[in-house]
Design a binder for this molecule. Structure first.
Ligand SMILES: Nc1ncnc2c1ncn2[C@@H]1O[C@H](COP(=O)(O)OP(=O)(O)OP(=O)(O)O)[C@@H](O)[C@H]1O
Length: 298
């Protein structure tokens, strides 16, 4: 469990994190989302005791980071995948981390195996691809077998197979009862990975909800209608009571009519429909609308 209570960080007159109160729960992958500059990194640095809050608290397993006797056993973090000495092998990097944090050396090979790096663990980290460095960062986060994982943009640099692998790993880690927090400004990554979403904008909480409930904020599902041979079919849709929006790529987005009603109208007008699909706003669309007040970059 990771709890933030009134967590605030000000830089002079500018408030980077503004009285953030939220709980990140065990057994779930929570997406921590916000546009660039929303305050995600600042929040994570405060959780990890690397930045002092102006006000409020961040607690890991009920205690502030500074009170944790063996922090790597409580919270594992991946903030910067480049923070590895290039001449050191992945295995040596993890062994040094284990030694410095009084963690068993045997854990190193376990986590290398879990992140799929065993085969290249002896090579210098300097020759690792970005995806391999991400995996090494994950291995370091997992080293202390922590109950809370904070991962900053872990998808970055992974190829599609790597992304699918990471999703499974994150789901498994949550399934083991861990609190998995995944920060990103990419909504599309969350759609398949996160159970819950904590969304911030301008340092403030915008949403703390399940993924499904967040999507329900979207406009109700609409129909995408195309009738290639009938450029004025929209008039019939409007006359039947549909709210119709022209799409720049051709066709119309129709709400207020069911698919069978559109089908019947087409039959009545002798129109051939080339597309009739239901369309819902993507997570990206909903995110843009709920954070639009916070959309300007700072
Ligand atoms: N040391 C600092 N001094 C002054 N302002 C800062 C400092 N660090 C961060 N900020 C500001 O605080 C705000 C929040 O930044 P932060 O890096 O936490 O956002 P973020 O959500 O992590 O963004 P991104 O997705 O781009 O990483 C930004 O406006 C940033 O410019």
């Amino acid at each position: 469990m990771l709890e933030l209570r009134g967590l605030t960080k000000r830089y002079g007159p500018m408030t980077a994190v503004d009285a953030l109160t939220v709980e990140f729960r065990p057994g779930a992958v929570t997406g921590f989302l916000g546009p660039n500059g929303a305050g995600k990194t600042t929040t994570m640095l405060m959780v990890l005791g690397l930045l002092r809050p102006t006000a409020g608290t961040a607690r890991v397993g009920g205690r502030p980071y500074h009170d944790l006797a063996e922090p790597m056993r409580e919270v594992g973090a991946m903030l910067d995948a480049h923070a590895v000495h290039p001449g050191r092998s992945g295995r040596a990097h993890l062994r040094a981390l284990a030694a410095g944090n009084r963690l068993p050396r045997a854990r190193v090979d376990e986590v290398l195996d879990r992140v799929g790096l065993s085969a290249v663990a002896g090579r210098p980290a300097g020759v690792y691809s970005l995806g391999m460095r991400q995996r090494l960062g994950l291995a370091a986060a997992l080293l202390g077998d922590p109950a809370v994982l904070l991962l900053d943009e872990p998808v970055n640099g992974l190829d599609p197979a790597g992304i699918a692998w990471l999703r499974t790993l994150l789901r498994d880690l949550a399934g083991e009862g861990r609190t998995v927090v995944l920060s990103s400004h990419l909504m599309s990554e969350m759609e398949l990975t996160a159970d819950r979403l904590v969304v911030i904008g301008h340092g403030r909480l915008v949403a703390d909800t399940t993924l499904a409930a967040f999507l329900d904020r979207a406009a109700p599902a609409a129909l995408l209608v195309r009738a290639a041979g009938d450029p004025v079919f929209d008039a019939a849709l409007r006359a039947a009571g549909g709210a119709v929006r022209d799409l720049p790529e051709g066709g119309w987005l129709v709400s207020g009519l069911a698919a069978y009603e559109v089908g019947r109208l087409a039959l009545a007008h002798g129109t051939v429909l080339t597309e009739l699909t239901s369309r819902r706003d993507s997570l990206e669309d909903v995110f843009m609308s709920v954070t639009s007040f916070a959309g300007d970059l700072r």
